[in-house]
Design a protein around this ligand. Structure first.
Ligand code: PMP
Length: 286
């Protein structure tokens, strides 16, 4: 049985209980982060901690722990659960007032709820899917307009994945005003020649930690980066496409709305970026 962390305590997963009045349960009033673990070490912990702080600030929430404490909790959970490869999920909510109310509770009397748990994923970096590539479909982006804040409002992304599954695909790219925003739980890119194209950062997308790293490594792969809006049609005509996230790393995309890219197998540049990302991330892991 997993050991999880809840509000200062390490507990067996079945003993960790949260109030029915918790704001995240009633109003999706909470933020989260997912940090991957490779070889027992945390990948880009710092990036996730900085984004967490930003999400909290944007929502007028306070962190119940310091960054150092957060690192300590992550490491302790990885240790006690014996995680070699996997994920650490973290969620902070606006806490549990004693009744349901739209008005934010006073943080002095209602402390935030903090929960962390691990997910064991042996061979996470050696995914067979990365050798095959994924198929995506496009769906309307019906989410709220502060996607840069990593909230637990994941109903629409979850519906997007279900639409993809029904269509025999692996994931969905969301489209707003004719342009791709991002994947349901990842950032979206295509490659044409030696150029990587991805949407620029704004309130329209989550500022992926993996995105930042991969764009930093583009030069090492002798590639240029262009941050701009793009359409599904443009991506369908690309040489290659891929997605990035903390749990999928760099994952090649081989089909968009039924149109195969190139010969329908993962492209060499996406695979090279994946290799560089994994190498560099392992080196910098803590
Ligand atoms: N966009 C969305 C909507 C996401 O949910 C995620 C993953 N949480 C990402 C992008 C990728 O972000 P990261 O690389 O930080 O995991």
């Amino acid at each position: 049985m997993r050991t999880v962390y809840l509000n200062g305590d390490y507990l067996p997963e079945t003993e960790a209980k949260v109030s029915i009045f918790d704001r995240a349960f009633l109003m999706a009033d909470g933020v989260y982060e997912v940090t991957s673990v490779l070889g027992g070490k945390l990948i880009d912990f710092d990036g996730h901690a900085v984004r967490l702080e930003r999400s909290l600030t944007e929502l007028d929430m306070r962190s119940p722990v310091t960054k150092d404490q957060l690192l300590e909790i992550h490491r302790e959970l990885v240790r006690v659960n014996g995680i070699e490869d996997g994920l650490v999920y973290l969620q902070i909510t606006r806490g549990a007032p004693d009744d349901r109310d739209f008005i934010f509770p006073d943080p002095e009397t209602t402390p935030p709820t903090i929960v962390l748990f691990t997910q064991n994923k042996p061979g996470l970096a050696d995914s067979p899917l990365a050798r095959k590539g994924i198929k995506v479909i496009s769906v309307d982006d019906l989410r709220w307009h502060r996607r840069d804040i990593k909230t637990v409002q994941l109903l629409y992304p979850s519906m997007g994945k279900m639409m993809a599954k029904k269509a025999g695909a692996d994931d969905a790219w969301m489209v707003m005003d004719g342009y791709v925003t991002e994947g349901t739980s990842n950032n979206a890119y295509f490659i044409k020649g030696n150029r990587i194209v991805t949407r620029a950062r704004s309130h329209d997308i989550l500022h992926g930690i993996t995105r930042a790293a991969v764009l930093r490594y583009a030069e090492e792969a002798q590639m240029e980066v262009e941050e701009r809006n793009f359409t599904i049609a443009e991506a369908q005509e690309a040489d290659e496409a891929f997605i990035t996230s903390a749990s999928a790393f760099v994952m090649p995309v081989v089909e968009i709305d039924g149109v195969a890219l190139g010969d329908g197998t993962p492209g060499p540049r996406a695979l090279r970026l994946r290799e560089i990302y994994l190498d560099e991330s392992r080196k910098a892991a803590i």
